[in-house]
Design a protein around this ligand. Structure first.
Ligand code: PLP
Length: 460
């Protein structure tokens, strides 16, 4: 082995010269070193300079739900890979079959698991299913897919076409036709005239208005996050989901719920939609399925959806789709162990308990600082919305958000923030720690945020 490969200076220079990082402006790397993370254990990660950080966002994008350094997952993946690493999904695999069965046990009313390897890809699968159903059964007419303002469903052109975050989409058009936006349901920023007790129902009725405007015979599916994640941690208000379900049934519209962030366990139930008693037709998931120990995503459907493709009278009528890496056995193997850890350690229960603690701590910060306009979330998934003025709710400039995130990072506390997503509204701090978080971990994170707000907003 090339001994240079372990030399920090060599790694940093190789990275600087040849790696194109995600979501990053690279100009600062002309003068400062790129960040390189080399080790993780539990809630902590260490960078290449040996600096320790506590991670309140599970690998920056809410993924490592069971925490770092799980040898149980690594050992199972290693054993599986030497036995059988890969065969395309035209055939089955032992971990693929076993994980599908275990997953479906957690999702009453759903039946079939389609494997892929990223959240975007799982959502693309769902979109393709909707489009093909439209062609097979509705003469191609019922092809439109509704998505919600502020939601995010991925980074590919079709998933950006279903993306409600204008800054994410900017400069990447033109987009795929047939995607139609419905309004968001953030009560704190209720649309004019919708405020009040019935806000949830009003926000759902706004979806019906779009359906009627477009023509229900043209709308095939409604795609929603159970809780909007990167769009600012938006928990749908009371009455919303019941009404959404009713509308979908009324107009024969498939309900596709994107659980890429909320599955598995993030909010305190296996999936976010289970908090609201709603019954989807299609559920997509990725990040927390194997906690990032292997790449895996799933597009899960009911048998009613599956059976629409089980028809050998039409030679083109089956789902003619493949994901090459959806056949990797590492994914379902890691996912089986990940699910076992969540069960054995009652991490959904911990998410509820520690979620309440985290919410009480963000509420304390709100008592202390008038730059906090709203705190919200569910389980270990919480946000803090920053404002210039509580009365007008004018959002802070994004440099305040990024300043707080940066100050925390300098303290060794990794937090998140709405990131070049929503014009004028990149003003929410995001927390989604591993589901193993303790009160001490949360105190550590909140102490960092407290100091950062004091310095960045009040110059203390
Ligand atoms: C709700 C949601 N859906 C889909 C995606 C896309 O997942 P991936 O980056 O794995 O393609 C994300 C990523 O952040 C997400 O937050």
């Amino acid at each position: 082995m090339d001994l240079m490969q372990n030399d920090p200076r060599h790694v940093i220079e190789a990275d600087r010269a040849n790696v194109w990082h995600h979501l990053l402006q690279h100009k600062p790397h002309d003068t400062i070193d790129p960040r390189i993370i080399v080790e993780g254990k539990g809630m902590k990660v260490w960078d290449i300079n040996g600096k320790e950080h506590i991670d309140s966002v599970s690998g920056a994008v809410w993924t490592v739900n069971v925490g770092y350094g799980r040898t149980q997952i690594a050992d199972a993946v290693r054993d599986q890979l030497v036995k059988m690493c890969y065969f395309a999904g035209v055939a089955g695999s032992v971990p693929g079959a076993n994980f599908a069965k275990r997953l479906i046990e957690k999702m009453p009313g759903l039946d079939r698991v389609y494997y892929a390897n990223s959240g975007s890809e799982a959502n693309e699968k769902a979109f393709k299913m909707v489009r093909q159903i439209s062609h097979k059964y509705h003469g191609g007419k019922k092809h439109k897919i509704l998505y919600r303002d502020r939601d995010y469903h991925g980074t590919t052109i079709a998933t950006l076409s279903a993306g409600g975050q204008e800054e994410r989409n900017a400069q990447y058009g033109p987009f795929t036709p047939g995607f139609v936006k419905v309004p968001h349901c953030l009560e704190y920023r209720a649309q004019d005239g919708w405020e009040g007790e019935n806000y949830g129902i009003r926000a759902a009725e706004a979806i019906e208005e779009v359906i009627l405007r477009e023509g229900p015979e043209t709308v095939g599916a409604l795609c929603l996050e159970p809780i909007t994640a990167g769009g600012g941690i938006i928990v749908p208000p009371k009455g919303y989901w019941e009404k959404v379900q009713e509308i979908c049934k009324k107009y024969d519209i498939l309900l596709h719920i994107d659980e890429v962030v909320c599955g598995l366990g993030r909010t305190g139930t296996w999936f976010g939609y289970q908090q609201f008693g709603v019954q989807p037709d299609i559920v997509t998931m990725a990040k927390g399925v194997a906690s990032g120990y292997a790449a895996i995503s799933c597009c899960v459907t009911t048998n009613a959806v599956f059976d629409m493709f089980k028809d050998d009278t039409d030679r083109m009528g089956y789902f003619r789709d493949i994901s090459t890496f959806g056949g990797c056995t590492a994914g379902p193997t890691a996912a089986l162990e990940n699910m076992k850890i969540i069960e054995d350690e009652d991490l959904t229960g911990n998410s509820v308990r520690m979620g309440e603690y985290l919410a009480s701590k963000t509420a304390e910060l709100m008592d202390k600082y008038d730059c906090i306009g709203d705190t919200r979330g569910m389980g270990l998934f919480q946000g803090i919305e920053l404002v210039k003025d509580r009365a007008t709710k004018e959002p802070v400039d994004e440099k305040i958000t990024y300043g707080i995130v940066g100050d925390c990072m300098a303290q060794g506390v990794i937090i998140g923030g709405t990131n070049r997503s929503l014009p004028g509204f990149n003003n929410t701090l995001l927390f989604a720690p591993a589901l193993i978080a303790t009160t001490d971990d949360i105190d550590h994170i909140i102490d960092g945020v407290d100091q950062a707000i004091g310095r960045v907003v009040y110059g203390k």
